[in-house]
Ligand binder design. Structure first.
Ligand code: UD1
Ligand code: BG6
Ligand code: NA
Length: 365
């Protein structure tokens, strides 16, 4: 089943050009988007007062990556809920809400309990899942199967990128009645078509990421700073490193840097800064300057050709990635971090596909 790969996580990372292709198959139609599972419900969703994203772990992070473009393309306010926290607070959910449940397995206990809660409160409940016939798929009013193919590695990789792409298609479908955003939608759809090719391109960083991993193998901690479309990338990259490589890692909102994290910066702590091209680029440039002036040990992820723009004095390590439509950039940017987490795990001698204390699907509370 693993073919020429040593581990399922490795196979699933490298499979992403294909899994993303199957996620989009039959759904990019005549320059528009066709999601059979949502078609009949688009009008109800457009009329909702709020979209509430609900999930756990990597699935929550995928929803967080989708939040900015769902807000932009639909104009509907989006709030985020970790499933257990919604239940702990018994947070308000209304009939006018569209509650979107994101779960690879469709069987995560907290997510399903949050679904029962949202159904009781009368919200329209939409599923985004990789598992046809799962409890989530059956109990939601409607939804989208992400069709990424079976994922075996406990650390989710290909499901994450397919979830983001499925939610991008969802946002495009919901927003498709708006004339003012037609050009923007066309650009994103064209970005979707070329995404598998760009994913193949970024996978060529495998050897570089193995080398980077060997330079970090003895670190105690790794910080990841992102913002905007790539705040989720920072959280998900850090989650990969902690769950498989068993290294402390935190994803942080770069805009919060001065409100605490800056105190941690010294010449030893490795920090990854995501600074690919988008509307936040100049803000990230200034974050890099501030970290360098405190002698931070920086690894900067930037768009191809931007090495000297992000690090003029050459004192940081740079990861150059292909530039795609800004809102799809999280799909590209997570891949070097998946590769880094994978190689760190192998080098540190830990179990890649079955990390200590973790389960693929947490079906009890
Ligand atoms: C469907 C078929 C697909 C076929 C395509 C052709 C299935 C599972 N899918 O895909 O094999 O190639 O038509 O037109 O038979 N749903 C939920 N909750 C979820 C996910 C999905 O209720 O979390 C519902 C959807 O609303 C829909 C059904 O399940 O009614 C199938 O969803 P999906 O597979 O995404 O639909 P299509 O892409 O149209
Ligand atoms: C578990 C897995 O904690 O459940 C994670 O180890 C996963 O990889 C999380 O992200 C949520 O799972 P699901 O199936 O609801 O997406
Ligand atoms: Na259903």
């Amino acid at each position: 089943k693993k073919g020429s790969y040593d581990h399922f996580m490795q196979k699933e990372i490298h499979e992403q050009p294909h899994s993303l292709t199957t996620t989009m198959r039959g759904r990019l139609k005549d320059g528009g988007i066709l999601l059979g599972g949502l078609k009949e419900h688009l009008r109800t969703i457009r009329r909702s007062r709020r979209v509430v994203f609900i999930g756990c772990g990597t699935s929550y992070n995928a929803a967080l990556a989708a939040r900015p473009f769902v807000e932009e393309l639909t104009g509907i306010p989006v709030t985020m809920e970790v499933a257990s926290d919604l239940l702990d607070r018994q947070g308000p959910i209304y009939r006018e809400d569209t509650a979107v449940f994101v779960s690879q397995s469709g069987e995560t206990a907290d997510t399903l309990l949050a679904l029962d809660y949202a159904l009781e409160n009368g919200a329209l409940c939409v599923g985004v899942t990789n598992t046809v016939g799962s409890t989530l798929s059956r109990r939601t009013h409607c939804g989208v199967h992400i069709n990424a193919g079976c994922e075996i590695g406990v650390a989710s990789t290909k499901a994450y990128t397919s979830q983001i792409v499925a939610m991008a298609m969802m946002a495009l479908a919901i927003g498709s009645d708006q004339i003012s955003t037609q050009a923007r939608r066309d650009a994103i759809i064209s970005g979707l078509s070329s995404l598998p090719r760009n994913v193949s391109e970024v996978l060529k960083l495998d050897v570089d990421m193995k080398e980077l991993a060997s330079s970090l193998v003895d670190s105690e901690s790794l910080l990841v700073f992102g913002r905007g479309y790539n705040y989720a990338t920072a959280l998900e990259g850090a989650l990969k490193v902690k769950e498989v490589a068993l290294m402390h890692s935190e994803g942080m909102l770069a805009g919060e840097m001065k409100h605490g994290p800056l105190a941690l910066v010294d010449e030893n702590l490795p920090i990854i800064v995501i600074a690919t091209r988008d509307a936040c680029f100049s803000k990230q440039q200034s974050v890099i300057q501030q970290l360098l002036s405190r002698k931070g040990r920086l690894i900067v992820m930037c768009s191809k050709g931007d090495a000297s723009a992000v690090c003029p004095n050459g004192s940081c390590r740079v990861i150059e990635v292909p530039e795609v439509a800004d809102c799809l950039q999280p799909v590209i940017n997570i891949i070097p971090l998946q590769l880094l987490a994978y190689h760190l795990t192998v080098l540190r001698g830990f179990d890649v596909d079955q990390p200590r204390n973790l389960a693929k699907s947490v079906t009890t509370q």
